[in-house]
Design a protein around this ligand. Sequence first.
Ligand SMILES: [Mn+2]
Length: 400
Amino acid sequence: MKILHTADWHLGKKLHKYDLHEDHQLFLDWLIATIQEREIDVLLIAGDIFDLANPPAEARMLYYWFLRQMIVQKCKIIITGGNHDSVSMLNAPKDILAMLDVIVIGGVTPNIEDQIIDLKEVIVCAIPYLRDADLRQPVEGETPSGRIEAVRNGIKNHYDQLANICHERFPGIPVIAMGHLYANGSIGSESEREIQIGNLASFEGSDFSELLDYVALGHIHRPQRVSGKEHIRYSGSPIALSFSEKSDLKVITELEVKHGKITRIEDILIPKNRLLKKISGDFEKVKSQLSSFQNECLLKAFLEIEVIEELHNPLLTRELNDIIAVFEDDNAIVLKHRITFKNEVQSTEELFYEGEHIDDINETEILKRRLEKESGLSEEHQALLMEAFTELLQKVKEEN
Ligand SMILES: [Mn+2]
C-alpha cells in the first residue's frame, strides 16, 4: 500500500493582492499525475486545505474539482482540519464525500474513536487541529504556565489515547497519526499563524506515543523532521506561500506499507512553477539586476524590490516607478517596492526643533512633521493618513 502525506495547501491564498490560483492548479495537476504514475492508494492532507475560514468560490471549485479527479483514480483521501480551516465549512459536505471515499474530519469529534480510520493494512488516526477550547476547561486563578501545561497535556492525552486504542484493537498493524500542531524547534516561515497560546504549548518528538509508526504533520510550511525523527514529519506546503519560503524545496512525502510495516519514507520533489525573488541594493544595482532579470519558471515571477540609498532623493521614487512600469511584462510582477534613504528620520527626537519640549507641540503636529520627512507619499495620501490619525485621536480622547 502506498500513501502520500501532504498538508497546508492554503487554497485561496493571496500573496499581497495576487492570488495563487494558478500555482495551486499546476500543483494539483502534477499531484493527480503523480498519484496515477506511482499508483498511490491513500492521500493524507493534514490540515489547512483552505487559507480562510470562508474561502472564495474559486478555491472551493478547485477543491471539488480535485476530489472529483481522485474518485476516478480510486485513491482514498483523508482530510483533517487545520487552524486556518473552518470546522463547519470543511465538515458541511462530509457525508456525501464519505460515499465517494473521501473522509473529512474537520474538527474534534464527539467520540474520539470517530478519528480512527481502519484501512486494513494500516490504521490512520485522523486528528484535526486541536483548538485550546477542545483541550481544557478554563480554570479560575490558573497561571499562564499552568495554562500552557494544560494545553500541552491535553494534546498529548489526545494522541496517546488514540495510539493506545489502535494498539490494543489492531495489534501488529502500523498506525499513522495525522496532526496539525506546532512542534518545538521546527523551522517556520512567515506564513504560519501562531497557534496554541502563541506556540508556547509546543510539542517535542518524544511527546508522541511510541506506538505511532508515522506522524503526518501539518502547520509548518517547510518540510522537516521533528526532533530528527524520520517518522515524525511535516510535509510542508506544496507551494511557496510567502517570500520567506522563496528558496525552500517543496515536497510531498510517500510512504510504503508492506507486510505490516512502513518500509519506505521518501520525499518527492514538487516542480517549481513560480520564482519568488527579492531584489535589493542601491538604485543602480537594482536597475541593472532588473535589466538582466530572467525567469525560467512557467508562471510570472513575483518580485519584491527594495532600493536603499544613502541620501534623500525624491526624484528616485518616480524614476523607480517608471522603471517598474516598463519592466513588468509577461515575465514578472513586482508585488512590492520601496525606497529607503539612510539619512531619513530614525526617531521622534529628530522631529523637534532646537530647544523645543514635548509639551510645546501636540500629536497632530508631530505626525505632520513626520509626514513632511516622508518621501514617496502623495499629498492625497498624506491627507488621508492625517484624517485617520485625527479620527483615532478623537476616539482615544473620548474614551479617557
Ligand atoms: Mn498552514
